[in-house]
Design a protein around this ligand. Structure first.
Ligand code: URA
Length: 208
């Protein structure tokens, strides 16, 4: 698990508890996903590149700093959308692309059914986001899609991960760093993360 960065912080652990609880309703769940995503980004961007700029305050000119990176956020539909919103709250200048993936019922292979990525992402920091890293099938496919668009600096950001999914990404994409706030025990026979939080999409959008 050398490509995995497990982000720990008391605030994150506290909010994760409420995210996991089955009583948490969709409105609260969406707020928690956004808050947790923003808190993760706060840690992820700790060492980001800055450039010096000259600005004028109401008092005088001064040198100051701004982020010197083009940032692209790529949520995997549909649960990734709310994570992207939380990240955009902190990094409003980020460009956003979407990737939709389903699992072919015959082959069980992930199939891309939609993608709209920002242009010229060769030199961008690209963050593929999805709350749950379960088997890793969709995540791996989404990373392949951004690689086909020539992205070179790619990160995968999820809330809860399973060891199976981490292994898959490390095998398929050893160049991609994974950020997560929890590594759970395993997957059950239905592909759900245990203990996890259930179906993130259903809990976000109240579809169950
Ligand atoms: N996707 C989810 O939403 N939950 C899981 O536990 C696994 C995959």
């Amino acid at each position: 698990m050398e490509n995995v960065n497990l982000i720990r912080h008391p605030l994150i652990q506290h909010k994760l508890t409420y995210l996991r609880k089955k009583e948490t309703n969709p409105k609260e769940f969406r707020e928690l996903v956004k808050e947790l995503s923003a808190l993760m980004v706060y840690e992820i961007f700790r060492d980001t590149k800055l450039k010096e700029v000259e600005i004028e305050t109401p008092i005088e000119k001064t040198k100051s700093y701004v982020i010197d990176e083009d940032i692209a956020i790529v949520p995997i539909l549909r649960a990734g959308i709310v994570m992207a919103e939380g990240i955009l709250d902190l990094i409003p200048q980020a460009r956003v692309g979407y990737i939709g993936i389903y699992r072919d019922p015959q082959t069980l292979e992930p199939v891309e059914y939609y993608s709209k990525l920002p242009t010229n992402i060769e030199n961008s920091s690209v963050f593929v986001v999805d709350p749950m890293l379960a088997t890793g099938g969709s995540a791996s496919k989404a990373i392949t899609v951004v690689k086909e668009a020539h992205a070179k600096k790619i990160f995968f950001v999820c809330l809860i991960s399973a060891p199976e999914g981490i292994k898959k990404i490390e095998l398929d994409h050893p160049d991609v760093k994974i950020y997560t706030i929890a590594i759970d025990e395993k997957l059950n026979s239905h592909g759900y993360i245990v203990p996890g939080l259930g179906d993130a999409g259903d809990r976000l959008f109240g579809t169950k």
